[in-house]
Design a protein around this ligand. Sequence first.
Ligand code: FEO
Length: 382
Amino acid sequence: MTISQDILSVGVYDPDLTLFEGQYRVSGMAYNSYLILDERIAVMDTVDAHVGDAWQANLDRALNGREPDYLVVQHMEPDHSANIAAFLTRYPRATVVASAQAFTMMKQFFGVDYADRRLVVKEGDVLPLGRHTLRFIAAPMVHWPEVMVTYDEYDHVLFSADGFGKFGSCDTVADWADEARRYYIGIVGKYGAQVQSLLKKASTLDIRAICPLHGPVLTENLGYYLGLYDKWSSYAPEESGVVIAYASVYGNTRRAAEALAEELRARGETVSLYDLTCDDIHAAIAAAFRYDRLVLASVTYNGDIFPLMRSYLSGLVERNFRSRRVGFIENGSWAPLAAKVMRSLLESCKDLSFTDTVVRVRSALNAESAAQVQALAEEMRG
Ligand code: FEO
C-alpha cells in the first residue's frame, strides 16, 4: 500500500489470530510497518515474530534491491520489535534509531544494545533522510515507557505507534470506532493522562495522515479520530446511555437485568446489556467507558460476588473508570451482599455517583423487587 510517493506500508495482516496479548478476542490482527524511500531509507518498526517472514518478503519487494539505512524503533513490545535482531543481521550497515529506554529493553530482550550502530534520540530530535525529515516525539506510557512517535515533516504524516490502532484488519475504517475503542480502553486506557499529553503535542502539528502500528492508515476526517482519543483519554463519556453488565447463574439475576433494560428503553434510554458469563469482557469494559451510566448485577456467591463480575470490576478499576453514575442489582437466596461488595470494589474510582435504589432480588423477582427495578430505572434516567 502506498501512503505517499515515498512512504509504503510493508506490514502484515494475520487473519488467523483469535487472541491478542493472550486475552483480547480478535478476528485477525494487523501488524503495521512502514518504509520511507528517500536518499536515505528508513523502516518504521518491525512486526510480530510469527509474521516475520511475510514482513521480510514485503520489505524485499518494496526495497527493490536497495538497502535500508535506518530502523526506527518506536515501541519495544514484541508485537513490533520481534524482528529487530534479524533485520540488523540482514542489513549490517543499518543504524537502529530509538529512545535510550528502548535500547535498554533491546539489551533485555536480545542480549545486545547495538552500541556500535545505534542512534539514541529524544523529544525534539530530528533525522534528515533527504526530502523527508523525521521529528521524534516522546510518548511515554502510550503504551510502554520507551515509546516515541514520529512526525514526517515532508508528508505531514504522524507515525503514531500503538496510538490510533485497532483490533482486526486494515481493510476499512467503517467499524473503526468500536474496535479502536476496545483496543484503546483495553490496552492504553489506564494511561489517559499520558495520552492527553501526547494529544497536546500533536495539536501543534499539521497532521495529514496517521500511520499506526495496528489497523488502517487514517487519512480523512482526522478531527473525528483525534476527538475520540481526547474523549477516551479524558474519561469523558462518549454517549448518553446505560450499560447493564450482569452475572447470573440460573437466570434470575439476568431476568432482573433484562427487566431493568426494558424499563429504561420504555423511558427512551439507549441500553447495552452484557452477560459477563459469555460475552466478551473487554467489549463490556469498553462499553462502560463509552456510555455515561452503568448498572452492575450479580448473584451473591461464596459470601462474595460472582467471579466474572469481580474480573469485570478489576478491569474497570485498573483502567481508571470514573465520572459515571452507577446502580446495583444484587441477588441472594439467604444473605445477599453483592451490591455492598461491588460498591466497595469501586471505592478507588473518582467522581462516581451512586443511585439510592439498590435492587435486592431474593432468589427470583417478586412484586417488591420488581418495584425496585422501576425505581432504579427512574433514578438511572439521563
Ligand atoms: Fe502493539 Fe504495545 O504493542
